[in-house]
Structures are given as structure tokens and as C-alpha cells.
Design a protein around this ligand. Structure first.
Ligand code: GTR
Length: 325
């Protein structure tokens, strides 16, 4: 009997500290980010991580890996699907190859303005879309601002859609974006973001398209000096989690993570607005030729046929987005 007690005591002495230690060890989740530290989406990721840590009392720690350390966007999305990477912030463009209905959110000249886009993203349609990613292996968490994308090139000032004819334009790995560039009579070349600078420098491509923060931050302005503000698409950024790895957490922890991502949106949007301004100031100071497009009628007309070739599901979503007042 006495010996039994002693054995139980020894067991407890081993088990209790082990259990306490296990409890104290935080859950660490890795988040992949294409952009470098300090870029507005990266700052949004950091804010999301901060909120999760604070609200979980330090039990859940999100480690942000900026600068494509974990890979380029398409490869990262695949790894999130397999559960090898827990979280990522990506553009919805490459994600639409996995979840086609996301294309509805990146149609050219879809939103009347940024307010319209944010009403859609933060409202029922946006929430519904986030929730609908699960069957594809993702948990949709929140949206970030990605502003409007415009064309830039190293050859000549592009003032009308016709000026784009024949130019080799890099696009994200996205069928829709390839179609858009074709609609303008240019030649689309899909390529990972990290290869665009050298592509422009060596002349493999003549141009690309992106928002002012990316044009500036990735130094594309150094090798493609003509920036035409045609603002053909407003492509939201998205934070997604892996269904496999987040699925291991309790429902309460999953909800905490979802709420934190949503609550980081306004912070990210403020960072975005400031960085757009800084980027434009910098590229102008660097001597880039900025071509404003106050009247977009011709640009809008050129891409209209793209609306007719979308699936019924996407056309229905587009109609609902357009109806948001
Ligand atoms: C940026 C976006 C990135 C990436 C990049 C690209 O605007 O924030 O996530 O998609 O564009 O063109 O590849």
C-alpha cells in the first residue's frame, strides 16, 4: 500500500509539471506574406497577429514571414491547402485559380469606387464568400485593401487602350487577368511577382500592371517608367487559413482568429492610404512619366465582352455586387 502511494506520488511529480509545461507552450501559426516588412499588407498581418496574441492571452502566436520567404503566392496557396503553411495573405487573383467564383470580385471596372468595394467586402456578400472557401481547403478570415491596378511599361507612354497593342505584359497567375490583357490587344505573360523586376530589366516583358505601392516597393518603377493610371481592376487582398491546420483548433479559437483578422482591416486600410500617397510621391520624384486617365470610357468599353463570358454563378455574384448601394 505504502509502496503504491509512493509510486503514485512519483508519477504525479513527473506528470503535473509536464502538463503545465504543455499548457504554457503557445500554439504557433506561420503566416506567409509576399511583400517586405513595412509594406501595408505586412503591417496589417502584424496587427492581426498582435490582436490574436492579445486576445488569446499569449496562447496563440502568429509568426509573419514577409518577403516571400515561404515561397511565391501560388506555391504558398498550395501549401496552405495541404496544411504545410497555416496562414497567408494573398491577392485574390491567384487564389481564384483554386476558387473560381472569386473572379467575380476582380472583374475590371466593377466597383464604383473604394467605398463601394468595402461595402461589398465587409457586408453579407464578402462574409458569405469568406465562409464559402472551406470546401476548397481554406478558411477565409478577412480582407485587406489592394487599391486599384494600372499598367506600366518600359517602352512608351500608353494613353489609350490601342497603345497597349502588342506589348508583352506580365500578369499574376490568373486566367481572368490573362483575358483582360488580351482584351486590350496586349500579350499576357504569367510570372511570379518576384521575377517581374528582372523580367522588365532584361526585356523578357515590356510591362506589367499593379497598384502604386507594389510599383514602388518592388522597384518596378526603376525599369518601367511609364505608368498609366487606367485603374482597370480593384483586386482585394485576402487572409486565409489552412482548413487542415486551423481545423485542429477549438471552435472558440477559430472564431477568435476570424474576428481578429476582421478587426485588423481598418488599421490596414489606413496604412494603405498613406503608402499609396508615399509611393506616388516617390515615383514622381524619381522622374517616372505618370499618365492620368480622367475619362475611362474607352477602357471600360474594351473589357465589356469579359462580362458576357463568365459562368452563371459568377454573373449572378457580379449582379449582386453591382446592386450594393
Ligand atoms: C500585389 C499583391 C501581391 C501580389 C502582386 C502580384 O499588388 O499585393 O499579393 O499578388 O500584386 O502582382 O503578383
Amino acid at each position: 500500500m505504502k509502496r503504491m502511494h509512493k509510486a503514485a506520488l512519483i508519477l504525479m511529480l513527473i506528470l503535473v509539471p509536464a502538463m503545465l509545461f504543455a499548457q504554457a507552450k503557445p500554439i504557433v501559426l506561420r503566416l506567409a506574406e509576399t511583400h517586405p516588412k513595412g509594406y501595408p499588407t505586412e503591417l496589417g498581418d502584424e496587427e492581426f497577429a498582435r490582436l490574436v496574441k492579445e486576445r488569446s492571452g499569449g496562447r496563440i502566436v502568429i509568426e509573419v514571414y514577409p518577403g516571400s520567404q515561404l515561397g511565391e503566392e501560388k506555391a504558398v496557396i498550395e501549401q496552405v491547402q495541404f496544411g504545410a503553411i497555416d496562414l497567408t495573405r494573398v491577392s485574390i487573383s491567384p487564389l481564384a485559380s483554386f476558387v473560381p467564383k472569386l473572379n467575380a470580385f476582380q472583374m475590371p471596372y466593377l466597383y464604383r469606387d473604394s467605398d463601394h468595394m468595402w461595402k461589398v467586402l465587409k457586408g453579407d456578400i464578402g462574409k458569405e464568400l469568406l465562409a464559402s472557401l472551406e470546401p476548397f481547403g481554406f478558411i477565409g478570415l478577412g480582407w485587406f485593401d489592394g487599391g486599384a491596378r494600372s499598367f506600366y511599361n518600359s517602352k512608351k507612354p500608353v494613353r489609350t487602350p490601342a497603345d497597349l497593342k502588342g506589348l508583352k505584359i506580365r500578369v499574376q497567375e490568373s486566367e481572368l487577368m490573362m483575358g483582360l490583357v488580351r482584351a486590350f490587344g496586349a500579350v499576357p505573360t504569367p510570372m511570379p511577382y518576384g521575377e517581374v523586376y528582372s523580367g522588365l530589366q532584361t526585356g523578357v516583358i515590356d510591362g506589367a500592371e499593379n497598384n502604386p505601392p507594389s510599383y514602388f516597393s518592388a522597384s518596378h518603377y526603376e525599369v518601367a517608367k511609364y505608368y498609366t493610371l487606367d485603374e482597370h481592376t480593384m483586386v482585394p487582398e485576402i487572409i486565409i487559413g489552412s482548413k487542415i491546420s486551423l481545423g485542429r483548433l477549438s471552435k472558440a479559437d477559430q472564431d477568435l482568429i476570424k474576428q481578429a483578422a476582421f478587426d485588423a482591416i481598418d488599421y490596414q486600410r489606413a496604412q494603405w492610404a498613406a503608402y499609396v500617397k508615399l509611393s506616388m510621391d516617390k515615383v514622381i520624384a524619381a522622374g517616372c512619366t505618370i499618365i492620368p486617365v480622367p475619362d475611362k470610357t474607352e477602357w471600360i468599353k474594351t473589357v465589356q465582352p469579359m462580362y458576357k463570358t463568365q459562368s452563371k454563378e459568377i454573373q449572378d455574384l457580379i449582379a449582386r455586387i453591382q446592386a450594393v448601394k
